[in-house]
Design a protein around this ligand. Structure first.
Ligand code: SF4
Length: 228
C-alpha cells in the first residue's frame, strides 16, 4: 500500500476517527488516513475541489462495521459520520440510539470515500472518490479482524466488497441478502439500500426490506451490542 507522508494537523473534529483503537498499527494507519491528500495530489480525474477531511470511525473493539458512501456537506462540516437525516433513518433501521451509534466500541463507520467529494452541476453530491476504498480499505480491514457483521450501505459498497457476488442491480443484491448474511462465514455481509430520502420510492416498492431484512438486521445488531 502506498501511504501518504504528507501530514496535516488533526483537528478536534477528527478525533472521533479511531476512538476505541487499541492497536498501535491501526493507530499508525489512521494517522496516515487523516493526513491523506491523495485526491488532491494524485487524483484519478479532476482533483478534490477542497482540502481533504477524512471522516471515519475505525477501532479494534467494534464487531459491527457500516460501509456507507461518502460524507455530504453536513458531515463534511461536522466531521462526524451520518449527522444528517440519512443517519436518523439508519439508526432507526439498526434500532439504536445516537449514543450507541457513535460508541466506537459498538460501531466502526468506514465509508467508500472518506472525504466529501463535492457537488455536481445540479448541486447533488458527487459519487465517493474512486481512489479511496482501493487505497485504504484492504489495510484497514486487515487490522480489524474482530469485525463480525459488515453492513454494505448502497451500491458502491456492494460492488466493491462483494465483487463478482454482487448482482446486476441493488434491488437484486438486497433481495438476495440471505446469500451473504445467513452463512457460517465470518464476517457476514448484509447489503442495504442507502437510507437517503431519495430511496423513499424504492422502500415503498420493495416491502420485503422492512418485513424481512430489518428484523434480521436489528437482531444481529442487538446480539452484538449485548455482548459488549
Ligand atoms: S477521499 Fe480518501 S483517498 Fe481521497 S483524499 Fe480523502 S482520504 Fe485520501
Amino acid at each position: 500500500m502506498s501511504k501518504s507522508r504528507n501530514r496535516r494537523e488533526v483537528t478536534p473534529a477528527d478525533k472521533g476517527a479511531g476512538e476505541g483503537t487499541s492497536s498501535s498499527s491501526l493507530c499508525e494507519l489512521l494517522e496516515h488516513v487523516r493526513a491523506c491528500r491523495h485526491c488532491v495530489e494524485m487524483p484519478v480525474g479532476p482533483p478534490l475541489p477542497h482540502e481533504p477531511r477524512p471522516v471515519l470511525v475505525a477501532g479494534r473493539s467494534a464487531r459491527i462495521c457500516i460501509i456507507g458512501q461518502a460524507p455530504g456537506t453536513r458531515v463534511h462540516a461536522s466531521g462526524r459520520p451520518f449527522t444528517d437525516p440519512s443517519g436518523d433513518r439508519l439508526r432507526d433501521w439498526l434500532g439504536v440510539s445516537s449514543d450507541q451509534f457513535y460508541n466506537p466500541h459498538l460501531f466502526n463507520i468506514i465509508p467508500m470515500g472518506f472525504c466529501f467529494p463535492g457537488l455536481d452541476d445540479r448541486g447533488a453530491d458527487l459519487p465517493p472518490r474512486r481512489e479511496c476504498a482501493r487505497k485504504w480499505h484492504g489495510d484497514l480491514f486487515a487490522l480489524m479482524p474482530q469485525i463480525e457483521l459488515i453492513l454494505l450501505v448502497g451500491l458502491y459498497a456492494q460492488r466493491f466488497h462483494l465483487g463478482k457476488r454482487c448482482k446486476k442491480t441493488l434491488t437484486q443484491t438486497v433481495a438476495d441478502w440471505r446469500e451473504y448474511a445467513i452463512t457460517d462465514h465470518r464476517p457476514i455481509w448484509l447489503p442495504l439500500p442507502h437510507p437517503s430520502w431519495r430511496n423513499n420510492a424504492w422502500l415503498r416498492k420493495n416491502s420485503f426490506f422492512e418485513r424481512d431484512v430489518l428484523p434480521f438486521l436489528r437482531t444481529e445488531v442487538q446480539r452484538r451490542i449485548a455482548r459488549m
